[in-house]
Ligand binder design. Structure first.
Ligand SMILES: C[S@@+](CC[C@H](N)C(=O)[O-])C[C@H]1O[C@@H](n2cnc3c(N)ncnc32)[C@H](O)[C@@H]1O
Length: 248
């Protein structure tokens, strides 16, 4: 499964930055919640460095170590911030030593196979009194796609976990938990699908996000009820197609 996730992200290296509107908003919000003045930071699931930009602005002099499973994405981050340390590795099996003031990840842990266990392992690299902060795409994101999938069989939706499933690893620590919903507006359902593909978040565990032939059928006029029209009728309000994202 990890290899498929990695391949989808690898393929998005030239489109991620122009497609990641929601990840940008979430990264900015997560950074605004950070409390400490940190000198050493471990960022997991760095991608092209969208959240790293925020961390660097806030912690101008910190040593930042960036980990990601996708080499092409990490290369993009390195071009923007050559001063950081970059490690291409699985965040669920961290090859790091030492301790950090801040361990953090934005929009990444939802791709982990066993986030509860992996978070417990990560905490071993956190300095006493350090800060641990992350955001995840949570269950309820893309409800619209799930409804369309039920109605038409088109597409599939990655099985996202509820935020509470990540919190068991933090039992016994002092933590704050916030849930947020974002509704993004798209001109058309095709525009939403294009953006989604552009971020590399296409692995759903059920083949791919959608096959080419299914997508052609989705847009095909000869199909009596074009799926995109079903979708738009249900979710257009009234000018734009709205898509719900839930974050914890
Ligand atoms: C949605 S992107 C978020 C990237 C960046 N944090 C941002 O906010 O734009 C998710 C990132 O997690 C990475 N990722 C997924 N599974 C991973 C794993 N097991 N270990 C490390 N990185 C992983 C992907 O390669 C991708 O860069």
């Amino acid at each position: 499964m990890k290899i498929h996730i990695k391949r989808s992200f690898d393929a998005s290296c030239s489109t991620y930055d122009s497609s990641c509107d929601i990840q940008r908003m979430v990264a900015s919000h997560l950074c605004s919640l950070l409390k400490g003045e940190h000198k050493s930071i471990l960022e997991i699931g760095t991608g092209t460095g969208i959240y790293t930009d925020e961390l660097r602005r806030r912690y101008a002099y910190a040593d930042i170590t960036c980990v990601d499973i996708s080499h092409p994405l990490l290369k993009g981050a390195k071009e923007k911030h050559p001063e950081n340390i970059y490690i291409c590795a699985d965040g669920e099996n961290l090859p790091v030593k030492g301790e950090y003031d801040l361990i953090t990840a934005s929009s990444a842990f939802q791709w982990f196979s066993n986030p509860g266990l992996s978070i417990s392992e990560m905490l071993k690299f956190l300095k006493k009194g350090g800060e641990f902060a992350f955001s995840i795409f949570a269950k309820g994101t893309f409800t619209e796609m799930a409804i369309l999938n039920n109605m038409t069989g088109f597409g599939s939706v990655y099985n996202l976990r509820a935020g509470s499933e990540y919190l068991s690893a933090l039992e016994g620590t002092e933590f704050e938990h916030e849930e947020r919903e974002y509704v993004l507006m798209f001109d058309s359902v095709q525009e939403f699908l294009k953006k989604q593909k552009g971020t590399g978040a296409t692995f759903t565990g059920v083949n791919r996000f959608t096959s080419k032939s299914a997508y052609r059928k989705f847009l095909c006029d000869s199909v009596p009820h074009r799926y995109d029209r079903i979708f738009e009728k249900k979710f257009r309000n009234p000018q734009f197609v709205s898509i719900l994202y839930r974050f914890d």
